[in-house]
Design a protein around this ligand. Structure first.
Ligand code: NAD
Length: 434
């Protein structure tokens, strides 16, 4: 097929490259000229394992190209996929301005029948909005479909090439057949629904995963008070097939560009039809509070006196294997520490630059490696479970900290790892070790 993907962010870029890998001719469009230039030169503007090799390979095969010329790309395509951002408005609703703008540009470029697919996460009714917008501006025939995306940053290539399922929301049988055919090499698990259900299914999936995280974090908080170990509790729960082990890892809460914004958006979607989504409101509130568990632990240790202390922060990305820092728990934790008059020495293997441009420079020393950040610190806070932290030599680490205090916000270390060290070790929902 000839495919245009609009938006070369985490979703559009990975999808576009993977569609090319399946043998399709793909043009990826972005209005960010610097991104397009990087891509044309064989680079990748985001960190995503395995993506660059696939991009270079498919460009060399003549199946993949990058441009800022949306008009030309759409004209050459049978399928146009919107993968632009839908960030939160201050109200929590999804901002659809990028969708509207891209739809208006598609309408202008229409030169014959096409399928227009929305891959961005959008509120129920948005596909109809896109359809109406395009229909009001062109006489050309087209079908619009909802094609929500479920990839995870950090394993996006793997997730795209081996998805758990593909969801297609459509009201045109011939469009469904074409889109099923396109995805057939990836999986047999294809769910075809009406458009509104597909739009809802994406939000419901993210809201459910966020609920699991907030649930186990509340269990963790209770575990701390009653002397239980949440990792053993979660393990035992996870063997129950009705529950399953995924997303039962206690920590400092979810972040990133999807769960926070999608949970807020679903609360708004419900609100617009006079339904108060009480459970999801609680999920969001618990998650917000959970970030502060690191701060609460530090305040207990230092008798509420954080001023003048130096804290090492390991991990700025919202999760490992990505450079995405959008709504990362590290942001609020560092802001709080700096506001309290503490010094922060921060390190992340990949995400420092993105974090700096979001945060600025106020009160933080950016370090080139994990040990530099830890050296001389009153305590170390581990906020992202990057592999290099997990495999750290703890005996050596304790010698370079001013005090061997470790707050493990992701429960990466086990009791055995800490044996023969003098660490005072706090984690989430597990007994303190010292
Ligand atoms: P992103 O912000 O990383 O990228 C969006 C890109 O679209 C940007 O490069 C921007 O320049 C480009 N763009 C915006 N308007 C454009 C236009 N008119 N023409 C050309 N390019 C344009 O976004 P993302 O993280 O890839 O997310 C995209 C959508 O997918 C969102 O709705 C998101 O909720 C959803 N989603 C994201 C993930 C994820 O893990 N990031 C997973 C599933 C679904």
């Amino acid at each position: 097929m000839n495919i245009t993907v609009i938006g070369t962010g985490y979703v559009g870029l990975v999808s576009g490259i993977c569609y090319a890998e399946l043998g399709n001719h793909v043009v990826c469009v972005d209005k960010d000229l610097a991104k397009v230039e990087t891509l044309q030169n064989g680079g990748i503007p985001i960190y995503e394992p395995g993506l660059q090799e696939l991009s270079v390979k498919n460009m060399a095969a003549g199946r993949l190209s990058f441009t800022s010329d949306l008009n030309q790309a759409v004209k050459q395509s049978d399928l146009v996929i919107l993968a632009v951002g839908t960030p939160s408005l201050p109200s929590g609703e999804a901002n659809l301005s990028y969708i509207d703008q891209a739809a208006a540009e598609i309408a202008q470029a229409m030169n014959g029948y096409k399928i227009i697919a929305v891959k961005s996460t959008v509120p129920v009714g948005t596909n109809e909005r896109v359809r109406n917008l395009i229909r009001s501006r062109t006489m050309e025939r087209f079908d619009s479909i909802s094609l929500p995306e479920f990839l995870r940053e950090g394993s996006a290539v793997q997730d795209t090439l081996h998805p758990d399922r593909i969801v297609i929301g459509a009201d045109s049988q011939s469009a469904v057949e074409t889109i099923v055919e396109l995805h057939r090499p990836l999986t047999d698990q294809i769910v075809v629904t009406d458009i509104r259900s597909a739009e809802m299914l994406k939000y419901a999936s993210n809201a459910f995963l966020a609920t699991k995280i907030s649930f186990i974090n509340e269990i963790a908080n209770i575990c701390e008070k009653v002397g239980a170990d949440v990792t053993r509790v979660a393990e035992g729960m996870g063997y129950d097939k009705r529950i399953g082990p995924a997303f039962l890892k206690a920590g400092i809460g979810y972040g990133g560009s999807c769960f926070p914004k999608d949970t807020r958006a679903l609360i708004q979607i419900a609100g617009h039809v006079d339904y108060e989504f009480k459970l999801l409101r609680a999920v969001v509130e618990v998650n917000q509070d959970q970030r502060m568990s690191v701060i609460r632990k530090l305040e207990t240790i230092f008798d509420g006196e954080l001023q003048g202390k130096t804290f090492a922060v390991w991990g700025l990305a919202f999760k490992p294997n990505t450079d995405d820092v959008r709504e990362s728990p590290a942001l609020e934790i560092i802001q709080y520490l700096v506001r309290s008059g503490a010094y922060v020495k921060a390190y992340d293997p990949i995400a420092i630059r993105n974090f700096q441009s979001m945060y600025g420079n106020n009160g933080v020393m950016w370090c080139d490696d994990a040990l530099e950040a830890a050296t001389g610190a009153d305590a170390l806070c581990l906020l992202t479970e990057w592999d290099e932290f997990v495999h750290m030599d703890l005996k050596m680490l304790q010698t370079i900290l001013k005090k061997p205090i470790l707050i493990d916000g992701r429960n990466v270390f086990k009791e055995d790892d800490l044996a023969e060290t003098s660490f005072i070790y706090y984690s989430i929902g597990r007994p303190r070790l010292d």
